[in-house]
Unconditional design. Structure first.
Length: 476
């Protein structure tokens, strides 16, 4: 059953119970109030009759000091005829009826409960009529008598029945109208749920960009906003997974291509060495090509292994001086005669894993060398900031096209494949750098212009040295 129908059904049940109990209480309260009023009037009328009976008995001529039954009958007849519809019965102390109206009904059970100090009453029904019977004692001329009266209260009971009938009809009408009203209200209240259901169904069918429409500012509106935020996160995760799947497919394809070229050459030259007698020079060239391509495959496998280890390894950052890193670079390239290196840096402290950051710097410098002509200058700079430290490696080579800059950190991606392969490149250096910097909470920033060179930089968490003169240190 739909939630709106459940809500409608529960509301109608509650409304029916509320109207039923309230109607019963109201009608019954009115009935009880009317009955109490009739009882008071019946008792008051009985007292008036008793007073009239006692007055008439005292004024009646008597031969003896005891009131005669004949006199009681005459007084009773006179009292009955003196009031419209009045019914009464008079009995002596032995419960013997002296006078009674012709249509007076009732046994003598009420007499047993009545005495000189207690006046009693009861309600009983006879056929389709209801009556209030009262009983009280009266003492006249040393004689104890019981005076009983009957009052017709059928109209009160008829009004109660009519009240229940009217209220039942009103209740049914209210339930009928309430069903239509609550149907509209339940549909309006559950509209956000229907919209959310539609959104989940559309998303389950693959429309990840579909969003639920917010139609209220209450809790349901907040739920809709939370759902849309969840959908945004889900869409981002799905897009990220699709990008990763695409990247893996590209990685496998690139890896297969990178393997195919050197393996084809190795197999070809090895087959030539095996099947032909070559002179010493050709044999050396063939063996040298096999060796070169083998070393490139070895370097590529080592780089892939480094990337895998970096992704799944745990880092223990150390606080070291930037001077140590630049001294390491200086020692690595001080004897390089092909390129010119210019190192300039500010003193500072960085939180790093030293070996990994050294690998990043070496890769960036090697890439700069590959992109530059022999004799060009490679600049390595370090800038102290307030709570960080920036490293920059700049070359003056061919530059990187704008559309290529976002792809160069992908595994096996090379802007100039012929130049990179000629220098034993496999397109894995920058991919490794990106992984290492991610582990350090940083990223590779690229600024490049065709024909003017490239600047690759990254920022690491550091502790700025206060009082630094800003002139830095320079090595060349």
């Amino acid at each position: 059953m739909r939630f709106s129908r459940k809500l409608l059904l529960c509301t109608i049940i509650v409304l029916a119970l509320a109207l039923g109990f309230s109607g019963f209480y109201f009608v019954n309260y009115v009935f009880e109030t009317s009955i109490e009023r009739e009882i008071r009037q019946a008792m008051e009328e009985s007292r008036i009759l008793r007073f009239a009976f006692e007055t008439a008995a005292l004024n009646a001529p008597a031969k003896y000091d005891i009131l005669a039954d004949r006199t009681v009958e005459e007084i009773g007849h006179s009292l009955e005829n003196g009031g419209s519809g009045r019914r009464l019965r008079i009995s002596d102390e032995n419960r013997r009826v002296i006078y009674g109206s012709s249509d007076f009904q009732g046994d003598g059970a009420l007499l047993d409960q009545t005495d000189e100090t207690v006046d009693t009453w009861q309600i009983f029904h006879l056929g389709e009529h209801y009556y209030i019977r009262t009983c009280m004692t009266t003492g006249v001329l040393d004689r104890l008598l019981y005076l009983e009266t009957m009052r017709d209260v059928t109209e009160v009971f008829r009004e109660r029945g009519l009240g229940f009938l009217v209220y039942r009809r009103v209740t049914m009408l209210m339930l009928f109208l309430g069903t239509f009203v609550m149907h509209g209200i339940s549909s309006w209240l559950t509209r956000p749920i229907r919209l959310l259901t539609r959104a989940t169904r559309r998303m389950a069918e693959g429309e990840y960009d579909y969003r639920a429409r917010k139609v209220s500012d209450d809790e349901m509106g907040q739920l809709t906003m939370d759902f849309n935020r969840m959908a945004n996160a889900l869409e981002d995760n799905i897009a990220m997974l699709e990008d990763e799947i695409q990247a893996r497919e590209h990685f496998v394809a690139a890896f297969a291509h990178e393997l195919k070229t050197p393996l084809t050459a190795i197999i070809g030259y090895a087959d030539m060495l095996r099947s032909h007698r070559l002179d010493e020079e050709k044999s050396f060239l063939s063996a040298n090509y096999i060796y070169t391509e083998g070393k490139r495959l070895e370097a590529m496998s080592f780089r892939l292994l480094e990337i895998m280890v970096t992704r799944h390894g745990a880092l223990e950052l150390q606080k070291i001086s930037a001077d140590i890193l630049f001294q390491y670079i200086h020692d690595m390239y001080v004897n390089n005669r092909t390129m010119r290196f210019h190192l300039k840096y500010d003193p500072g402290i960085v939180w790093v894993e030293p070996n990994l950051i050294k690998s990043v710097l070496i890769n960036l410098i090697d890439n700069g060398c590959k992109a530059s002509e022999p004799g060009s200058t490679i600049e390595v700079r370090g800038y102290q900031r307030r709570d960080s430290y920036r490293f920059c490696v700049r070359d003056h080579g061919m530059g990187i096209p704008k559309e290529e800059q976002e792809k160069i950190t992908q595994a096996f991606y090379m802007v100039d494949k012929s130049r990179s392969r000629s220098r034993n490149g496999a397109g894995l250096g920058l991919a490794l750098c990106a992984e290492i910097l991610t582990l350090h909470g940083s990223r590779l920033e690229i600024e490049s212009e065709i024909g003017k060179g490239t600047c690759m930089s990254f920022v690491l968490r550091g502790e700025g040295s206060r009082g630094v003169d800003g002139r830095g240190r320079e090595k060349g």
